[in-house]
Design a protein around this ligand. Structure first.
Ligand code: ADP
Ligand code: ADP
Ligand code: MG
Length: 617
């Protein structure tokens, strides 16, 4: 007797909520979203058939409150809950509460989650099941002096890991015995504040480490298959940046042994649903089965699951829903095969040039590149607000190809096409990473970005060609605007690029009517190009008295009143945009005939802020 799913609640947000909704809808299910205050207008709310408000913006008061989610499922008549990844997806108590409430949990048994929940217990269990585990100490004794002795035995460098850790947090690499005590104390502090559990384990720090993981899938009839491996070696601070499938340099025999170990691992915990066995490989002599060790299991759908979907043709969310409804796995191991290559990049709202600080705000422009045949999994649309409350990942770009180079080139093209503004993204950084000679050659280890990432993170600059093209579109054909194009010797003119003066070369007459500013998109980055005004107004056009907003921003001060007489160069109002202040001044003597700006107001580009009329003589 199989349970039936007719209505699915997705206990998540962002791209993964949208991803799950897409398949659920295709399968004819009714979908229910949940949302916090900050997500009232979010894409996942609009995509679902129904949406239930579950509280304030902080995740602790909404997406992480199990009771609210179960109550939302009851109230909306949902019969199943998909947790996505992150949030409550690996919370065994929540999974149990869902089941106890008479709902279907789209995930593994709570006992499997518990067995794999702590890294030390999981490793012990895996070692017993005959899965090779990363050498190290994973016992109960947490005495600093004892752990120091264990580290010595393992041999430096070692990695101290919070047993309850995740998301790359709670890890310290220690190179020498002298640094051990401090590193341990700081790791324990972070472990207890971030995960409420100070326990650590100690591992041999693997040389030339590559992160290779295997997608596994089980059903409630005892079948378990693998869907081959993914390589997630390109990491920044132990967090994945670019993922691909299959792993470069993996031969069939090694793959077979690795995937068999992953299936053994899943069998040992009676696994049902989608899961990932993460391994660490010592790639100093290529990929060898005897140098690949179990690291941890993620008992949920992984962020990077799309690359597996692209090379196998399987919709992993569909499989999750079928298995949760009691159906057997749709395909046997023999029917599964690798077809081509796929690469994924995580697009974040962050500023690589500023230490990867999250970049929040409204996505006035949001055009993720699709290239030819690319896949974009996103959780936002143009106009959406990137809030400070959640993970700043805004989209995943997934590029399939026949070969690795094809996938890599398509991904680069997709990133190049990204036009996102004024929120900053890591698109240009990702393009640089893809072009790195070691990455291009498939010789990646997890330290690549630490070694060479500084050059990848340098703030990109638009090419002279892109600037000229944009400038020409802004320059009036017959100009009395201060560009003095008609002067035959004038080859360059000053402009403001994100508020800074640049000289742009111009050729021939202008192409369009004067625009107050223009977005220049190139290489995954976007800049604002605005005319440079010799009178210092840097804003509205000079020819007429229209004072237009040179860019979207906020009015922070208005210095004049409607009807007031002004003199040329007098300050009218101050705008804040791109974190800089721009003061707009009167282009000539006159009166303020119209005033549409009030302090605090958000204004769009080209908004008419004020109009100055020449005073009647
Ligand atoms: P790992 O646990 O090995 O880092 P992943 O790379 O799949 O596995 O990362 C998943 C983690 O990323 C989640 O546990 C979560 O903390 C975080 N995460 C990233 N983006 C989101 C998002 N949009 N919503 C929730 N969690 C997210
Ligand atoms: P998390 O739960 O945060 O995902 P993991 O145990 O999966 O923690 O480790 C995260 C990353 O840290 C790995 O992908 C790898 O880059 C690095 N790492 C983990 N263990 C080792 C090790 N023993 N040697 C070298 N690098 C490691
Ligand atoms: Mg991990």
């Amino acid at each position: 007797m199989s349970p039936m799913i007719t209505s699915l609640l997705i206990a998540n947000r962002g791209e993964i909520a949208c991803r799950v909704i897409r398949t659920a809808r295709d399968m004819g299910l009714r979908t229910v979203a949940v949302f916090s205050d900050a997500d009232r207008n979010a894409l996942h709310v609009r995509e679902a058939d129904q949406a239930v408000h579950i509280g304030p913006s902080p995740a602790r008061e909404s997406y992480l409150v199990g009771e609210k989610i179960i109550a939302a499922a009851k109230a909306s008549g949902a019969d199943a809950i998909h947790p996505g990844y992150g949030f409550l997806s690996e919370n065994a108590a929540f999974a149990q509460a869902v089941i106890d409430a008479g709902l279907i949990w789209v995930g593994p048994k709570p006992s499997s989650i518990t067995a794999m929940g702590l890294k030390d217990a999981a490793k012990t269990l895996m070692a017993e099941a005959g899965v090779p585990v990363t050498p190290g100490y994973m016992g109960a004794n947490q005495e600093p002096a004892f752990l120091a002795t264990e580290a010595e035995k393992i041999g430096y460098p070692v990695l101290i890991k919070a047993v309850a850790g995740g998301g790359g947090k709670g890890m310290r690499k220690v190179d020498a015995a002298a640094d051990f005590a401090d590193a341990l104390a700081s790791c324990q502090r972070e472990a207890s504040s971030s995960f409420g559990n100070a326990h650590v384990l100690i591992e041999k720090y693997i040389q030339r480490p590559r992160h290779i993981e295997v997608q596994v899938f089980g059903d409630s009839h005892g079948n378990i298959v693998h869907l081959f491996e993914r390589d997630c070696s390109l990491q920044r601070r132990h967090q994945k940046v670019i993922e691909e499938a299959p792993a470069p340099g993996m031969d069939d025999a090694t793959r077979e042994q690795l995937c068999a170990a992953a299936v053994r691992a899943a069998k040992a915990v009676d696994y049902v649903g989608a899961g990932t066995i993460e391994f660490i490989a010592d790639a100093s002599e290529g990929l060898r089965a005897d140098r690949i060790w179990f690291m941890e299991m993620n008992t949920r759908l992984q962020v990077e699951h799309p690359v597996t979907e692209e090379i196998t043709g399987v919709d992993l969310v569909e499989w999750q829903l079928r298995v949760a409804a009691g159906e057997p796995l749709p395909m046997s191991q023999e029917e599964l095969a690798i077809n081509g290559w796929a690469m994924e990049a995580r697009l974040y709202a962050e500023d690589p040039a500023k230490g990867f600080l999250p970049s929040i705000g409204r996505l006035d422009l949001f055009q993720p590149g699709e290239g030819l045949g690319g896949r974009v999994d996103t959780g936002v649309t143009e106009g959406a607000e990137v809030s400070p409350f959640y993970d700043p990942m805004i989209a995943k770009l997934i590029a399939p190809g026949d070969t690795r180079d094809e996938a890599r080139e398509l991904l680069s093209e997709m990133l190049n096409e990204c036009a996102i503004w004024p929120v900053k993204t890591n698109a240009a950084f990702l393009i640089n990473a893809l072009a790195h000679p070691d990455f291009a050659a498939g010789e990646v280890d997890t330290g690549l970005i630490e070694r060479d990432g500084a050059a990848m993170a340098v703030e990109p600059k638009p090419s002279a060609h892109a600037l000229t093209r944009a400038a020409m579109a802004m320059v009036p054909k017959s100009s009395h605007s201060g560009f003095r194009l008609n002067a035959p010797d004038k080859r360059t003119a000053p402009f403001l690029l994100d508020g800074e003066r640049v000289e742009v070369s111009l050729h021939g007459p202008g192409e369009a009517s004067p625009a107050p500013s223009m977005l220049v998109a190139e290489g995954g980055a976007v800049w604002v190009l605005a005319p440079y005004r010799f009178d210092g107004s840097h804003g509205g056009t000079i020819a007429d008295g229209d004072i237009l907003s040179p860019m979207p921003g906020k009015v922070i001060a208005v210095m004049v009143a409607a009807g007031e007489a002004v003199t040329k160069g007098q300050k009218l109002l101050t705008l804040e945009a791109m974190k800089m202040e721009h003061t707009l001044t009167a282009p000539f003597d006159g009166v303020v005939a119209e005033l549409n700006a009030t302090a605090g107001a958000q204004v769009q580009v080209e908004a008419l802020l004020a109009r100055i009329e020449e005073a009647a003589a």
